[in-house]
Design a protein around this ligand. Structure first.
Ligand SMILES: [Zn+2]
Length: 225
């Protein structure tokens, strides 16, 4: 047991209890297909590092995760405008776009859909309601709180109008807001930068229960830079 799972011999009873509750069908499948030890190695690496997000992000970029993540499938189903989604480029983009670690971490969490929404918090009995904290008229999902909500649409429209004064023929679409503009080039780096910072701003306002205004975003941008 020490060799196989790193458990001390005195933990035999705990091990036995755990094994007993595993259904017979699952045990049979495991004995046929074998047990993948990769997650254990991953856990050990996570325990060793101080930079967990950086480690996980680098694994995703290298493509070490064999199966498509549920977050990736959900985004692909949700954003019908994109035919092919290059996840390696999407995960790399924030690393070369923003310099602050908290902005990089935030975009990583956003892509992995681990941003707490009212829908989720309500299910966990942390919030009393699942509706959007800005407009109070729809269930607050990630897509709703960062794109569909009228308050948020107003923000993106104003940002789009500003960008149009610098770039002709620019249209801000949902997939651009979620993934950024790809391929990431020097020319569009400032657009990707604004995109990540706007989402970070929306999340900050949401956490503080403040209605996000475009004028506040401009002031915050000056403070952040
Ligand atoms: Zn709303």
């Amino acid at each position: 047991m020490q060799f196989l799972y790193g458990l001390h011999d005195c933990e035999f009873l705990k091990y036995h209890q755990l094994i007993k509750v595993i259904p017979k069908t699952i045990k049979e499948t495991l004995s046929k297909e074998g047990i993948c030890r990769e997650p254990i190695d991953l856990l050990l690496n996570v325990k060793k590092t101080k930079y967990v997000t950086k480690l996980l992000n680098s694994l995703q970029i290298k493509g070490n995760c064999k199966n498509k993540r549920s977050s990736e499938s959900k985004w692909e189903n949700d954003v019908a405008e994109t035919n092919t989604v290059n996840w390696k480029d999407i995960y790399t983009l924030p690393l070369t776009t923003v310099y602050d670690a908290s902005w990089k971490t935030y975009q990583y969490k956003f892509l992995n859909r681990i941003i707490p929404t009212n829908k989720y918090l309500y299910r966990c009995k942390i919030k009393e309601s699942s509706v959007c904290g800005f407009c109070h008229c729809h269930i607050e999902t990630i897509e709703y709180s960062f794109w569909e909500c009228a308050t948020i649409q107003n923000l993106w429209n104003q940002l789009e109008n500003f960008i149009k004064t610098k770039v002709t023929c620019f249209t801000l679409k949902k997939h651009i807001v979620i993934f950024g503009i790809l391929p990431h080039t020097f020319q569009n780096s400032w657009l990707n930068y604004l995109n990540i910072l706007m989402k970070y701003f929306i999340f900050n306002m949401k956490c503080r229960g403040i209605r996000p205004l475009y004028s506040t975003f401009k002031n915050v941008l000056i403070r952040w830079n």
